[in-house]
Each structure stands twice: as C-alpha cells, then as structure tokens.
Design a protein around this ligand. Structure first.
Ligand code: SF4
Length: 368
C-alpha cells in the first residue's frame, strides 16, 4: 500500500484531544458490527441502559449510525473523554469507522493508497514543520501524472499556494477541453516553459482582494448555515458567523497584516493542501471532470479556512493567530466539508450556475 511518510507516525491522543471525533458527527456502524453489538450488553457506566449495544444505534440519511445524546456526543464517550466500549471490551468491539478514523483508503485497479484526514488535531500536529513526502505511483497514467504535478506545485515554496492552485485549475480546465489526455500533453502543460508563461499571464490578471474577501465570506456563511441550525460545532461556529455577518470589507493594510500572520503557517498549509490533493483529487474511476470538481472543493475548503482565520484574528482584541486556532479551524472546517462525492456534486450543482466553474470564478474564490 502506498502511504505518505507521516502515515505511520499517527497516534490517537484520546483524552488529551481538544476536538474529539466522538461528537457532532455521523459515526457509522457497519452491518457486521451491528450484528455483533446485538449480542453485547452495554457497559455499566453508560448513562441510559438499553438491552444491547445495537439499541444505541439509529438510522440517519439511510445509514446506521450511533445515536448521539442531547449534547451531540457519542453515548459511549465517558467524562474523561475515553471510550467506554474500548475500556470494557477492547479495540476489537469498535465499528469499522471508529477503527479506521482518521485513516482513509482508496483502492485503484493496480494499487491501494492510504492517507490520514485533516479532521483530527493529532494529524495536523504531524504536518506543522516540514514538507511531507508523498509516494509515487510506479507507472503513472496521465491522471496520476496530473495529480503528482499539482502536488509538486503546491509544495513549491517559490510560489504561493494560491498561485499553485490558480495554475493547476487553469491546466486542468485546458486538459479537460483537449481529451484524450495523454502523458505527453500533461508533461507539456506542466513543463517549466509552459508554467513560466502561465505564471506571467496570471500575474497580470487583476483580482481585487476585496471581491475575493466578500465571496469567501458568503461561501463560509453558506457552508455553515445547516450546522448552525442543528447546533453543531457551536463554540467554533457561532462566534465565527457573528463576525462574518458583522464585518465590513477590510482595507489593504489589514489584509497584508493577515497574510503575514498566515505565512507563519505556510508549511502547514502546503502540507494540508498537498494532502487534500493526494487524497481527494483523484478517486478510483474518476474522469478529468471529476478532478475539476474535486479541485474546486479543495479550493473552497482552503478558502473557507482562510476566511475563518482572517475573521478570528481581525476580531476586536485579537492580535495573534495562534497555532491552536489554526489547527482547530482546519479540523472543524474539514469535518464540515468532508462530504461524500455525490453530496459534493449536489452542493456544487445547487449552489452555482454550473458545477464546473470557469477559471475567473475559481480565481475569485482562491484570490492571489
Ligand atoms: S480526533 Fe483524532 S486524536 Fe482526537 S479522539 Fe479522534 S482520532 Fe483521537
């Protein structure tokens, strides 16, 4: 299995976790686990005693999940933020979702890949200081070559993450118009000469920072609306959305100051975006159009995180963007946007004139 270099370094920090995954989520219970749970008694310490473990599950959106309590927490999470099921029965009692998280696996026709998701603070801690090393597919086809080329752009510290995204989306859009996509075409688009030409052209495009700020502010509020209504992530989202609703477009000085603060976390954000590209840009059976949609979603996630951090560090009294704030909002926004593929497509279809954006709109979201 191909995995990035950080993959084996992960350890769950359990009771030390600042944003446990055992709350405010759909925690899926697979059919095998549910069958086993029908024969197991709940631990004595579970507040509301039911006949067996399966009786704590419910159906949500057609899926069997653990029914959360009034505070949106897993009923098996104890006061010390440890799992009552693991304490009583050991790790083997857990559902596939609980066993796997925050790992994810993709099986392609000739190989399998494993990665960690940014929905866990302990994963973000692994990405803070050095650029990650991602594995290479031994004989990449054109789509895998695109993915590697985009990851290389994201990890190129000579250009900003925004420039890397803008160039990547332009090239992907051009390739999508020029099917069949061959290794030769991909190599040519990502060659140093073509990239230099594209970089210069993008450099000349005027992208008013205030327009990007307003668009991101709208997108952030739109992504949050359902979670606010359900009372989820309230300690994080409520202050954030109040700020989003109150703020007026910032002046250049404030934007420059924020960019400087954000740059302190440049390596972390490059690792975050590169990991998103590795894990989500190309899924098994994907076409170039699917890759375009995935790149839009990755840009939207990144833009929402940036906007959240801008609002928080521009709030009255806040003058410093702490690592903990950066980490926690990457985790929360990643959980909020961790949609299934079909749901991403539906969101993009319902929210925009066309699910596949033109480069101008992508640039408005990403900014410079
Ligand atoms: S979010 Fe990560 S560190 Fe926290 S409890 Fe879950 S797996 Fe462990």
């Amino acid at each position: 299995m191909l995995t990035p270099d950080y993959y084996n370094k992960f350890t769950c920090i359990a009771d030390k976790c600042p944003i446990t995954c055992c709350k405010e989520w759909k925690i899926a219970v697979d059919a095998d686990t549910n069958r086993r749970w029908k024969k197991l008694l709940p631990p004595d310490t579970v507040p509301e005693c039911r006949k067996n473990l399966s009786a704590y599950t419910t159906k949500k959106d057609g899926q069997r999940v653990i029914g959360l309590d009034a505070m949106h927490r897993c009923p098996f999470l104890d006061e010390a933020k440890l799992c009552r099921l693991v304490s009583t029965y050991g790790d083997s009692v857990l559902s596939e979702t609980c066993t796997t998280f925050p790992r994810e696996y993709h099986t392609f026709h000739d190989h399998k890949e494993g990665m960690l998701m940014p929905c866990c603070p302990a994963v973000i801690d692994l990405w803070r200081y050095t650029l990650l090393d991602f594995p290479q597919v031994s004989e990449p086809d054109a789509l895998f070559l695109i993915r590697t080329s985009i990851m290389n752009l994201i990890q190129d510290t000579n250009i900003s993450i925004e420039e890397a995204l803008l160039e990547s989306f332009y090239i992907l859009s051009e390739l999508a118009k020029n099917v069949p996509i061959t290794i030769a075409k991909v190599t040519e688009y990502f060659s140093p000469a073509s990239l230099a030409e594209l970089r210069a052209a993008i450099h000349d495009v005027e992208l008013p920072a205030a327009d990007t700020w307003m668009e991101r502010n709208e997108l952030l509020q739109d992504l949050s609306v359902n979670y606010i209504e359900e009372g989820l992530y309230a300690p994080y989202l409520n202050p954030l959305i109040t700020l989003a609703e109150q703020f007026t477009v910032p002046d250049d000085e404030r934007l420059i100051d924020f960019n400087k603060q954000l740059h302190t976390y440049d390596i972390l954000f490059r690792n975050y975006v590169a990991n998103e590209i590795f894990s989500d840009l190309l899924m098994p059976e994907d076409t170039i159009d699917d890759m375009l949609l995935h790149l839009e979603w990755i840009a939207l996630e990144y833009a929402s995180i940036r906007q959240s951090l801008f609002l928080l560090c521009s709030a009255e009294g806040a003058n410093h963007l702490s690592y903990e704030t950066v980490r926690d909002y990457i985790v929360i926004l990643s959980r909020m946007t961790g949609y299934e593929d079909a749901d991403i497509r539906e969101y993009l279809e319902n929210s925009f004139a066309s699910p596949i954006w033109d480069w101008g709109y992508f640039a408005l979201v990403v900014g410079k």
